[in-house]
Design a protein around this ligand. Structure first.
Ligand SMILES: O=c1[nH]c(=O)n([C@H]2C[C@H](O)[C@@H](COP(=O)(O)O)O2)cc1CO
Ligand SMILES: [Zn+2]
Length: 161
């Protein structure tokens, strides 16, 4: 009889947990997004969160949502999914899965499809009614990228850092 622990986290909890932890690095005051890319045999390949491109200071660029477009974050931030794809240094992402805390926008959807990722597991879908997300779903459907919402388990994990 094995004395194995019973309360270990599942693969889904592990990968979504890593995605959410990654999002905690974001400097965006309103929406922090985290992403974790996983191989078909459950190895973590890359992670990312939404932030400015390298060399662009978090303190100098704007985090506004409205106003003159050049004074908003939207024209400058790199989304978590694109960061995770670009952060991957190991070659092909063909057949990989992508865990992300927010449903990908249409620009990230294009990058996801073109990089060969075949499955997207998302948590929040708060922009489901926007053209961007509708376009993402349309492209995923055509390209054969499966997507489904993460089932929250309610497990709380406290980590002392
Ligand atoms: O797929 C995504 N990935 C991602 O990283 N983001 C980032 C960009 C912005 O920094 C933030 C969205 O900001 P807001 O919710 O205030 O509009 O989330 C946004 C989306 C979807 O819009
Ligand atoms: Zn995006």
């Amino acid at each position: 009889m094995s004395g194995k622990r019973k309360d270990y986290i599942s693969w889904d909890e592990y990968f979504m947990g890593v995605a959410m932890l990654s999002g905690r690095r974001s400097k965006d005051p309103s929406t922090q997004v985290g992403c974790c890319i996983v191989s078909p045999d459950n190895k973590i390949l890359s992670m990312g969160y939404n932030g400015l491109p390298r060399g662009c200071s978090d303190d100098e660029f704007p985090w506004e949502r409205e106003g003159d477009p050049l004074q908003t974050k939207y024209v400058y931030t790199v989304h978590s999914e694109l960061n995770a794809i670009l952060n991957y240094g190991g070659g092909s992402l063909e057949g990989a899965k992508l865990y992300v805390s927010l449903f990908p926008c249409n620009e990230c959807a294009k990058a996801i499809i073109q990089s060969g990722i075949k499955e997207v597991i998302y948590d929040c879908d708060k922009y489901a009614d926007t053209d961007s997300v509708l376009a993402s779903k349309h492209m995923f459907d055509s390209a054969g990228v499966r997507y489904h919402q993460y089932h929250r388990t309610g497990r709380k994990i406290e980590i002392e850092l």
